[in-house]
Design a protein around this ligand. Structure first.
Ligand code: FRU
Length: 290
């Protein structure tokens, strides 16, 4: 068991399951509903916790009704909230999600009115308590400062950063980390149409870092810091029922495998398989069963 601190957001996910994505301006009945905790870092921690690790979240939590629901969900998933800041003003980030039962697609409308987790929240944390640090790529300058602090004071502590999509200045997070977990949305926003060419271009630019890019049904690739590259075709289950958080699950799988000392190829295969299995089940709980 390892202790992982993830800096990112906690959101309340209100998931309506529908039998087919509704046309605009239609009124349709949901065939199921779940309210659960979400947010990329939170989902990654949820999965890491199911895999037997001690998950700790560093996020801003609001003091409203949704915030209480969110807190209960996080505690249920055994996520430690000691590093979180509670904000009296502001609202719990909320995602309204349409989950299509026919193909597992998830359409997300996300609302947020809450401050970001800042460097000043992070500066007092005792980082010696953790075996791995994971950051959502957002709130760029503060996140950069957090990474710099970790690097300076605990150079041996592994640091991963998730780059899900393009945000202004996000490239400042590329340097001085061990692992970049990059989503295809980011690669596409830079004009790439496949992970191989994208990672080769990244390696030229970033250098000393392991980089992973998951491309949905197109499989996943890792580019190691010594130039090694591996491809893993997507693991596509017989029935896809819920793709919400599949990318976050992939990231958890990769981190878990590296914590277990696995090499890049084995970690890629493990993450890929875990994310595929997740798509075959509702939520994450079933991932705990091997
Ligand atoms: C899925 C997810 C949801 C969350 C939304 C935030 O990756 O993290 O759980 O509500 O994305 O953008």
């Amino acid at each position: 068991m390892a202790r992982i601190l993830a800096v990112g957001i906690g959101a309340l996910d209100i998931i309506n399951e529908v039998e087919g994505y509704p046309p605009e301006d239609a009124e349709v009945r949901a065939v199921g509903q779940r309210i659960t905790c979400g947010g990329n870092a939170t989902n990654t921690l949820t999965v890491l916790s199911l895999l037997g690790h001690q998950s700790c979240l560093a996020a801003v939590l609001a003091n409203d009704f949704a915030g209480e629901q969110l807190r209960q969900g996080l505690v249920r998933h055994h996520i430690d909230l000691g590093a979180c800041r509670i904000e009296r003003q502001g609202r719990t980030p909320t995602s309204y999600i349409c989950l299509n039962r026919l193909n597992g697609s998830r359409t997300i409308v996300h609302y947020r009115k809450l401050s970001e987790y800042r460097f000043s929240d992070f500066v007092g944390l005792d980082l010696s308590a953790y075996d791995w640090l994971h950051f959502e790529g957002r709130n760029v300058q503060d996140t950069r400062n957090m990474i710099d602090r970790a690097r300076k004071e605990y150079p041996e502590l592994p640091v991963s950063v998730e780059i899900e999509k393009s945000r202004p200045g996000i490239e400042v997070l590329f340097k001085g980390v061990d692992l970049l977990l990059i989503g295809q949305d980011y690669a596409r926003s830079k004009g790439f149409t496949d992970p191989q060419h994208f990672l080769l271009a990244m390696a030229d630019r970033v250098g000393d870092c392991n980089m992973v890019c998951a491309w949905g049904a197109g499989g996943a690739r890792v580019q190691g810091r010594h130039g090694e590259m591996y491809l893993c075709p997507a693991y596509i289950p017989a029935e896809i029922v819920d793709t919400l958080g599949a990318g976050d699950t992939f990231n958890a799988g990769f981190i878990d495998a590296r914590l277990q000392g696995r090499g890049l190829k084995a970690a890629l295969e493990a993450a890929n398989y875990l994310a595929g299995r997740k798509c075959a089940m509702v939520g994450y709980e079933g991932l705990a069963l091997s």
